[in-house]
Design a binder for this molecule. Sequence first.
Ligand code: PNS
Length: 169
Amino acid sequence: MRIAVYPGSFDPITNGHLDIIERALKVFDKVIVAILINPTKKGLFSAEERVELIKKVTKDLDNVEVESFEGLLVDFLEKKETNIIIKGLRAVSDFEYEFQMALMNNKLNSNVETVFMMTSAEYSFLSSSSVKQVAFFDGSVEGLIPSMIIGDLKEKVRKVKEAEQDGSK
Ligand code: PNS
């Protein structure tokens, strides 16, 4: 069975990420979406919340698992008994960073292969950080993230703004 790990921050998952998951399922038997728990970078959603959001949007897809991980990606791969990383490439600007990570992972474990998939053109401009900015300034995120999590994003942004206001009182 060919298992691929699709790692990332997914804060939150976008339609671009979902597109990569769906396309990876055409090539691999199982895709494990792996959310990095990064203690030094506080995200909008907690790792547990991101897991739940991704589970929600992939519930109708067979052969997708969602997990969080800490530490090195190559160690997570070993735990999952696979050597394949899936990454999405949006534009040339992604290349340098992704190339560096792929080489580093291969250096850490020479068995590890990174497979790049091209993001569909319609999502090539999309990133979690731009989605968050749009949401914070009350723009429409319709078509940017799966519609079933738009409510979750709006609610989270509302809570964060509320907390900020309380803090400045
Ligand atoms: O969505 P992102 O933030 O571009 O994802 C980055 C991620 C999670 C794939 C990357 O930071 C990662 O693999 N971190 C785990 C630590 C690690 O293995 N580092 C060595 C490779 S550079």
